[in-house]
Design a protein around this ligand. Structure first.
Ligand SMILES: NC(=O)c1ccc[n+]([C@@H]2O[C@H](COP(=O)([O-])OP(=O)(O)OC[C@H]3O[C@@H](n4cnc5c(N)ncnc54)[C@H](O)[C@@H]3O)[C@@H](O)[C@H]2O)c1
Ligand SMILES: [Zn+2]
Length: 358
């Protein structure tokens, strides 16, 4: 199964199939021919997938697992290790792991000797359905996440759903939250299918996951290819995330990203209903599916609406102090106001939706 992702600089293939890792070296040879390859991975993933990693490159560089590795100092260390190994412009970087590895290794590749190609081998559901499309790479700073980076699309993405067998449940759910978002913003039939395939998804059946990943990648690729630079339709990919980012901020990241996205999707559907742009039943349907997937749908108690609003105002996507959101109109279709895919949401509404309730 191959999905071709088109972007301003060209296109690349996302290969999705159970057992693909066995053919990884051949896929890399084809996508990045005559390259000296280096694999960048995190320590957990490198241990789990030692054999395919060894088979695909002579050099392996690792980072400690987790978001705190997505830094400029890790970028500097990896780049220096590649320089000291004498790797030249004929280098191809293989990002083998989750979204942290992908973003960081992609940024290393984007900047190494002014840019060398890289391949992505995502091993988390989130990296497969979200981070593998769009070409964004980068690192976090103490001023915020993903503030330093580049557009550097991969040469190829190789997603093997069998790798998800060892993924912790919480990480798996994080990816599922994004697939529900994809159904909500772009394809009602896909949303229906997720509802109907619930048991097989939860059992991580490889054929079912292949279909899940494929459709999510297609939806994200379609949205991104219509809008390479985040001005228009790409905003719809932010569905649920304005509230999610604020929740992550005020809880100091004690909520997992998937949990925050689930809560954000439900809250933003409810806001859409209150603003009269979506039917009230939509929020219930979305909440029902997220809940069935093991994700939270009711805001934790004791959250201060004021702190959430403050965090939303600081979000880099909000211009001039007003809080804008891309809101759903119905299942599979986002609300559009003229050319804009996001609308300002009145503070009073936010306060009553996000505030303390009994
Ligand atoms: N570039 C983009 O467009 C984009 C989109 C979405 C998210 N992101 C970024 O992705 C990052 C989050 O990605 P993530 O959730 O994959 O996090 P991650 O890379 O930290 O992986 C999560 C955890 O799972 C472990 N792991 C990975 N694969 C495994 C496997 N197969 N078996 C067992 N354990 C495994 C990792 O070691 C890690 O501890 C964030 O930094 C986010 O900003 C980027
Ligand atoms: Zn997300």
């Amino acid at each position: 199964m191959v999905v071709t992702v088109r972007h301003a600089l060209g296109q690349y293939d996302v290969h999705i199939e159970a057992g693909l890792l066995a053919t990884l070296p051949a896929l890399l040879d084809r996508a990045m021919p005559a390259r000296r390859r280096v694999v960048i991975s995190d320590e957990t993933v490198a241990r789990e997938f030692e054999a395919p990693i060894r088979a695909s490159a002579p050099l392996l560089l690792t980072i400690p697992p987790g978001e705190h590795s997505k830094t400029r100092s890790a970028w500097a260390r990896l780049s220096d290790e590649m320089l000291s190994s004498g790797l030249g412009r004929d280098t191809g970087v293989v990002a083998f792991g989750g979204g942290v590895t992908g973003d960081l290794a992609g940024f290393v590749a984007a900047t190494y000797l002014r840019g060398v190609p890289y391949a992505q081998v995502p091993t988390t559901l989130l990296a497969m359905v979200d981070a593998s499309v769009g070409g964004k790479v980068g690192v976090d700073t103490r001023f915020g996440k993903n503030l330093i980076g580049a557009f550097h699309p991969p040469a190829v993405v190789v997603a093997d759903p069998e790798t998800l067998r060892t993924l912790p449940a919480e990480e798996f759910r994080a990816g599922l939250a994004e697939t529900v978002k994809h159904g909500l913003i772009g394809d009602a039939a896909y949303f229906d299918w997720i509802e109907s395939a619930l048991a097989r998804i939860q059992a991580r059946d490889p054929a079912t996951l292949t279909r899940l990943i494929q459709r999510s990648v297609e939806i994200k690729a379609l949205v991104v290819s219509e809008d390479e630079r985040e001005s228009g339709r790409r905003e719809t990919l932010n569905a649920g995330h304005t509230v999610a980012h604020a929740l992550e901020h005020v809880t100091q990241y004690s909520l997992a990203h998937g949990e925050a996205v689930a809560l954000g999707l439900v809250a933003e559907c409810r806001l859409a209903a209150r603003m009269g742009v979506a039917p009230a039943a939509l929020a219930d349907r979305v909440a029902g599916l997220l809940h069935a997937l093991g994700l939270p749908v009711e805001l934790p108690r004791g959250l201060a609406a004021g702190a959430l609003l403050q965090a939303m105002r600081m979000d880099k996507k909000n211009r001039g102090g007003e809080i804008r959101m891309a809101l759903p109109a119905s299942l599979g279709a986002m609300h559009r106001a003229g050319p804009a895919w996001s609308v300002p949401v009145p503070c009073e509404l936010l306060e009553s939706e996000l505030g303390e309730r009994d």
